[in-house]
Design a protein around this ligand. Structure first.
Ligand SMILES: NC(=O)c1ccc[n+]([C@@H]2O[C@H](COP(=O)([O-])OP(=O)(O)OC[C@H]3O[C@@H](n4cnc5c(N)ncnc54)[C@H](OP(=O)(O)O)[C@@H]3O)[C@@H](O)[C@H]2O)c1
Length: 306
């Protein structure tokens, strides 16, 4: 006797199943389908999530077409997070302040845009016990992801923040952008490694470093933004938003600097930004215990891709 889909643990797709999706370019290595379909399964929502590879020149057509097809929500990833803003009915305040959108919720006549990278980063820090309030923070990198991460850090009222990036003009642009929203915070740029180390050692140890460059990401797993061991000795903790491999070169350097130093990768940030998108689409709260059960699946999916 053959088993039913429910007995096999499979979800049934019917004419009523809601369609969600990811727009990016490329999307072949995205973990979002694994995460979002897992959330639908765990939370019991009748939804199916697919990844769509959309060329930049096709973005407007894809966003309008998805609405015309009745899709209930979208994620948007590199390289469309800024460009998509042009095609929205409205955006929430955080997305507007950061200048990037990664989640679209269906509204009558169009889409509302949100940025869930901020809450993803903060919920991951909370889950790992990484304290930001009142801390000395060094931010490595000033690319797209750094905007959401720095916004999250500043919203927690750190003692001071130093930005260090290969291209100083991008670091300054990030600093200027955030000073408009957080004029009270002690936020500055270190123009080179020597200046970074001097400023850090003058303030003493206990720094929290948040690594937002793409260095160390698979398959270039040996590279990191700062090589000098003196940098890592000044840290109490390092958070890398890169999540592949599970232990990045940056994390290894943090751990090598002392047994009491903690290091975390970016998989939980990825998990919780997706969880927040799911919560926005469905007007629900996903408990941490449910979300964290999906981490193992995401790791297995990554290992299968590598
Ligand atoms: N965990 C998560 O949920 C999550 C979310 C978003 C992104 N991420 C990860 O974060 C990383 C950055 O993403 P992004 O969107 O911000 O990328 P991006 O906009 O391209 O920025 C790349 C950053 O890396 C720096 N960089 C790249 N190559 C470098 C090199 N050879 N030497 C020194 N610095 C270098 C860039 O410095 P310059 O400005 O000097 O070029 C810039 O700061 C990616 O690995 C991405 O997968 C993770």
């Amino acid at each position: 006797m053959s088993m039913t889909n429910e007995q096999k643990g499979e979800r049934r797709i019917t004419a009523r199943t809601g369609i969600l999706g990811l727009l990016g370019h490329p999307v072949g290595h995205s973990l979002s389908p694994c995460l979002q379909n897992g959330l639908a399964e765990f939370m019991g929502t009748d939804q199916c999530y697919l990844a769509y590879d959309v060329e930049p020149s096709d973005l407007e057509k894809a966003v309008e077409g998805a609405h015309a097809l009745g899709m209930s929500g979208l994620n948007v990833t590199v390289p469309h997070k800024q460009a998509v803003r042009e095609f929205l009915l409205k955006e929430d305040e955080v997305a507007a302040r950061i200048g990037a959108v990664n989640t679209l919720k269906r509204r009558e006549g169009g889409w509302k845009g949100y940025n869930t990278d901020v809450s993803g980063f903060l919920r991951a820090c909370d889950s790992d016990g990484v304290e930001l309030k009142g801390k000395k923070i060094v931010l490595l990198g000033a690319g797209g992801a750094a905007y959401a991460v720095l916004y999250g850090i500043l919203s927690r009222e750190p003692k001071r923040v130093l930005i260090y990036n290969r291209s100083v003009d991008r670091a300054q642009a990030l600093q200027d952008h955030m000073r408009e929203h957080f004029p009270e915070t002690d936020l500055s740029v270190a123009f080179n490694l020597q200046e970074l180390l001097e400023k850090m050692s003058r303030a003493g140890d206990g720094w929290v470093a948040v690594q937002t460059t793409s260095l160390g990401m698979y398959p270039e797993t040996e590279s990191k933004a700062v090589e000098d061991p003196a940098f890592y000795e000044l840290l109490e903790c390092g958070v890398d938003i890169v999540f592949n491999p599970a232990e990045t070169a940056f994390m290894k350097a943090v751990r090598a600097a002392g047994p009491d130093k903690k290091a975390y990768n970016g998989l939980k940030m990825l998990l919780f930004q997706g969880v927040r998108s799911f919560e926005i689409w469905n007007d629900v709260s996903v408990p941490d215990e449910v979300a964290l059960e999906l981490l193992g699946r995401m790791r297995a999916e990554l290992d299968a891709m590598n």
